[in-house]
Design a protein around this ligand. Structure first.
Ligand code: HEM
Ligand SMILES: *[C@@H]1O[C@H](CO)[C@@H](O)[C@H](O)[C@H]1NC(C)=O
Ligand SMILES: *[C@@H]1O[C@H](CO)[C@@H](O)[C@H](O)[C@H]1NC(C)=O
Ligand SMILES: *[C@@H]1O[C@H](CO)[C@@H](O)[C@H](O)[C@H]1NC(C)=O
Ligand SMILES: *[C@@H]1O[C@H](CO)[C@@H](O)[C@H](O)[C@H]1NC(C)=O
Ligand SMILES: *[C@@H]1O[C@H](CO)[C@@H](O)[C@H](O)[C@H]1NC(C)=O
Ligand SMILES: *[C@@H]1O[C@H](CO)[C@@H](O)[C@H](O)[C@H]1NC(C)=O
Ligand SMILES: *[C@@H]1O[C@H](CO)[C@@H](O)[C@H](O)[C@H]1NC(C)=O
Ligand SMILES: *[C@@H]1O[C@H](CO)[C@@H](O)[C@H](O)[C@H]1NC(C)=O
Ligand SMILES: *[C@@H]1O[C@H](CO)[C@@H](O)[C@H](O)[C@H]1NC(C)=O
Length: 452
């Protein structure tokens, strides 16, 4: 993002890709992790590749050194650039053969490479199957039918693919023409390319699709001394054996604020949004179950298990978040969504009002609850904002309900931050607590209900 204007990075594709991912950049997802996800998903969809997705990359804050190889770069310098990144000659050939199976060279960016008029529609594909991740780029090279513009250019200086592919007398290319070898070799070099991170960065284990994924949409106090809990459970049904969603009864078994299991259970109904189903990029199917319930504010909820019961067989499976005591909910800090809002004063500036209900047992006289608001600061000529977390004390709203006291904060918020996230933190030491990663996007255009 800091190097877009360099000659070595010509092409709208880079800017367009950053634009595509920008709204998903958050304190939990760096732009570099989202780019890794983009590669993993696209090669899964275009070629059924399985590239492990590890997360934890930290975005750069400035440009790096020059030196991305270009079409005219000689083979020695190109080899050096790959070596610097830990790739030997065979890896280099493999990376280029795996990269140049999708897409094309654009005449608007590279009129010296693409013959004919300079026009958006004049592009030269690397192989005849530019939308498929396959070894056709390799076989067309080996059988002399290629129209790859980086091989057949009349000006040999610009034939970088020809130099790279032939660097070891075609030994690697001959191996790669076997589709099974091509696939596993591409998976290997892509994994190494994505996981090449500075020493100080620790990446996670590869992500796996989970069977159960709960979402809490609303967890707030109602005036009548009850807590409203609204959410959804995503269930993977492409398991072995597969699950028939119409045979499922899904309930939540939960612990109250003091960790005692409630004798009541929370029912769910089969989802309605988008037919109650969705799918993942590795062929997973998911079905959604929704819940909306109230419970006495005096007991609350601190965690829940998801209980699946088969209608037909009566078999019961309990998911307790991998033995961690259930899916946790902070029972002491409630984000009062209906009392909060984001009022747009004009198309640029707004005012964010956040109201929280804090359990009185957690209040400490010497430390006010804090809102950790993430501001998305636009950077010049880039879609990816800089994320700055501002700590803002919440003030007593001079209102309370039962065991909870209300806190409130109002702050100006520019348009770039209208969809952002915040945490609410209370207390210090052993009494400290945190409500993480709340979302402002539902607040836009809402009116703040008054506290009564
Ligand atoms: C010697 C190294 C390389 C050189 C000289 C090179 C050169 C180029 C050039 C000149 C273009 C055309 C850009 C445009 O007109 O938009 C291009 C496109 C492309 N390259 Fe490379 N490349 C190299 C390595 C790689 C590697 C290692 C990958 C991926 C692993 C890769 C993936 C791609 C893709 C996907 C496109 C198509 C972009 C589009 O359709 O918009 N390239 N490359
Ligand atoms: C490339 O490097 C090799 C050995 O490192 C050297 O013999 C050769 O002359 C170099 N070629 C060019 C074009 O610089
Ligand atoms: C060359 O390889 C391509 C891709 O595998 C194939 O479609 C084409 O028929 C081959 N042509 C010749 C002349 O072998
Ligand atoms: C490698 O393959 C290309 C394309 O078939 C061919 O032109 C070239 O002569 C081959 N190189 C060697 C050393 O065989
Ligand atoms: C492609 O061209 C090279 C070099 O002229 C030749 O060695 C090779 O046999 C050709 N391959 C095919 C499949 O025609
Ligand atoms: C071939 O391309 C190189 C690199 O762009 C350029 O310097 C050279 O003048 C070109 N040669 C011809 C004959 O056009
Ligand atoms: C509180 O009001 C909600 C509707 O706003 C209702 O569903 C719930 O049963 C009430 N709870 C109690 C404890 O009265
Ligand atoms: C749960 O237990 C309480 C107290 O033991 C009892 O009053 C209540 O009826 C029970 N509720 C259900 C749903 O069983
Ligand atoms: C938005 O607020 C800032 C700071 O208060 C102010 O400088 C700017 O003029 C405002 N923009 C609009 C369009 O009102
Ligand atoms: C990226 O695209 C946006 C919107 O089209 C544009 O404002 C910006 O200047 C572009 N950045 C670069 C470096 O081309």
């Amino acid at each position: 993002m800091f190097e877009l204007e360099r000659g070595e990075n010509l092409g709208a594709a880079l800017n367009n890709t950053l634009s595509d991912i920008s709204s998903d950049v958050s304190v939990k997802s760096s732009a570099s992790d989202l780019l890794a996800l983009a590669l993993v998903m696209s090669v899964a969809r275009c070629g059924d590749l399985r590239v492990p997705l590890r997360l934890g990359r930290i975005d750069a804050t400035e440009a790096g050194p020059l030196g991305v190889p270009e079409a005219h770069t000689d083979l020695n310098a190109t080899r050096k650039a790959f070596e610097k990144a830990g790739f030997n000659q065979e890896d280099m050939i493999t990376l280029v053969a795996c990269g140049h199976t999708l897409g094309s060279v654009h005449s608007v960016d590279h009129p010296e490479i693409v013959s004919g008029e300079v026009a958006a529609e004049n592009i030269a594909q690397f192989d005849t199957t530019a939308d498929k991740f396959d070894p056709i780029v390799v076989t067309e090279y080996l059988n002399n039918t290629t129209t790859n513009p980086l091989i057949i250019n009349a000006n040999d200086t610009l034939n970088s693919d020809k130099r790279v592919f032939g660097a070891d007398g075609n030994a690697t290319m001959i191996k790669l023409k076997d589709p099974a070898v091509y696939k596993t070799q591409c998976e290997d070099v892509f994994e190494r390319m994505l996981d090449l991170v500075p020493a100080a960065v620790t990446l996670s284990d590869p992500l796996q699709p989970v069977d159960i994924k709960p979402y809490i949409d609303t967890h707030q106090l109602k005036g009548n001394d009850s807590i409203e809990l609204i959410g959804r459970i995503r269930i993977r049904t492409t398991t072995t054996p597969p699950i028939d969603p119409s045979d499922l009864i899904v309930t939540l078994s939960y612990l109250d604020r003091n960790g005692r299991r409630s004798n009541a259970s929370i029912p769910t109904t089969i989802g309605t949004f988008q037919g109650g189903s969705s799918f993942g990029y590795l062929g997973e199917n998911f079905n959604w179950f929704e819940f909306k319930t109230t419970m006495p504010a005096s007991s609350g909820i601190s965690a829940f298990d998801v209980v699946l019961t088969s209608h037909s067989s009566g078999a019961v499976t309990t998911f307790d978040n991998s033995g961690t005591g259930g899916y946790a909910i902070n029972p002491y800090i409630l984000f009062q969504e209906t009392n909060s809002c984001l009022e747009a004063e004009n198309n640029f500036n707004g005012t964010l009002t956040v109201v929280a209900a804090v359990h009185k047992s957690k209040l400490q006289s010497n430390s006010a609850p804090q809102l950790k608001l993430v501001r998305r600061v636009p950077l010049p000529r880039s879609f990816i904002p800089k994320l700055e977390t501002e700590s803002i004390p919440l003030e007593s709203a001079s209102a309370e309900t039962g065991e909870f006291a209300y806190y409130k904060m109002m702050v100006p918020l520019g348009v770039a931050s209208w969809r952002t996230s915040f945490d609410i933190e209370i207390g210090e030491g052993a009494a400290a607590g945190k409500l993480e990663f709340q979302d402002t996007s539902e607040l836009l255009g809402a009116t703040c209900a008054t506290l009564d």
